[in-house]
Design a protein around this ligand. Structure first.
Ligand SMILES: NC(=O)c1ccc[n+]([C@@H]2O[C@H](COP(=O)([O-])OP(=O)(O)OC[C@H]3O[C@@H](n4cnc5c(N)ncnc54)[C@H](O)[C@@H]3O)[C@@H](O)[C@H]2O)c1
Length: 267
């Protein structure tokens, strides 16, 4: 049964001191900022990314700020690398308490043009990569008989299709929502929470690349100005909610998708 934290001071509820977090895809974008907020709250953070040099640079930059960070090269589409990543976290820091499945991609394509290979690539990364990360994290948490939390970064595409042209992406993020519920129900009795954080369009290197490659300049600017809160997301908008979800502030929250969307889904 989850402990009753009534009366615990707020500083203690937010603190992640003594806990270890793995964040996938954290060499850049939303993942890098999540890693920084978790480290600022006191966690040891593993910067896991398929881009080895960028992961090391991010870990070095965080260490220079006196935060505890370790870079591990891992591609979440390779299950053996995900298992090795989980082992590396436990070996270096002694425990694994928080796992953030953030690595993901969001290509666009009209439905009728999506090839089998493109479909498989998106599902393999966004959905199976999230499953593999959750399973490997949960195995270590269960082995250590410690409570833990798994956070899956999904998208407003877990709820809507937005402008369309991304059936594989939309299916993957809807899938992450279902996976998150399954994790919550099966792992809750073992003291492991699972929830999902769903950003709207957010300014990251991946979006900058897409803006350039698909000539989306005005479309993206208009998108932000039409949101109730007047702009698209910044990585720190997402990271602050992930910190909440990872911390004991959210000790009684599991199995839900938390939109972080400037009002996108409400409008
Ligand atoms: N940026 C947005 O507008 C937005 C909106 C909704 C949801 N999201 C979700 O947020 C997450 C992060 O998006 P972002 O915009 O920060 O991405 P990004 O492309 O800016 O950065 C992604 C990072 O993940 C790494 N990565 C990619 N594939 C990987 C793999 N197979 N294994 C390990 N690392 C890998 C990249 O090297 C990079 O460092 C994704 O799951 C995405 O679907 C983003």
């Amino acid at each position: 049964m989850v402990p009753d934290l009534t009366g615990t001071p707020i500083a203690d509820l937010v603190s992640l001191k003594g806990r270890t977090a793995v964040v996938t895809g954290s060499a850049a974008g939303v993942g890098a900022t999540i890693a920084e907020r978790l480290a600022e709250a006191g966690a040891n953070v593993v910067i896991a990314d398929r881009d080895k040099d960028a992961a090391q640079a991010q870990a070095d930059a965080m260490t220079a700020r006196n935060w505890s960070a370790l870079a591990v090269a891992a591609d979440v589409t390779a299950p053996a690398e995900v298992a090795a990543l989980a082992d590396a976290a436990v070996e270096r820091f002694g425990s694994l308490d928080i796992w953030v499945n953030n690595a993901g991609a969001y290509p666009s394509s009209p439905l009728m043009d999506i090839t089998d290979a493109q479909w498989d690539r998106v599902l393999e990364l966004n959905l199976r990569g999230t499953f593999t990360g959750a399973r490997e994290a949960a195995r270590r948490m269960i082995d250590a008989q410690r409570p833990g939390v798994i956070i899956n970064i999904s998208s407003t595409a877990a709820f809507t299709v937005g402008g369309g042209n991304a059936a594989h992406y939309v299916a993957s993020k809807h899938g992450v929502a279902g996976l998150t519920k399954s994790l919550a129900v099966e792992l809750g009795p073992l003291g492991i929470r699972a929830l999902s954080v769903a950003p709207t369009l957010t300014e990251t290197p991946g979006v900058a690349y897409k803006r350039e490659a698909e000539n989306l300049g005005d479309v993206l600017d208009d998108y932000g100005s039409q949101l109730p809160l007047g702009r698209i997301g910044r990585p720190d908008d997402i990271a602050r909610v992930v910190l909440f979800a990872a911390s004991d502030l959210a000790a009684f929250v599991t199995g839900v998708v938390l939109p972080v969307d400037g009002g996108d889904l409400a409008a």
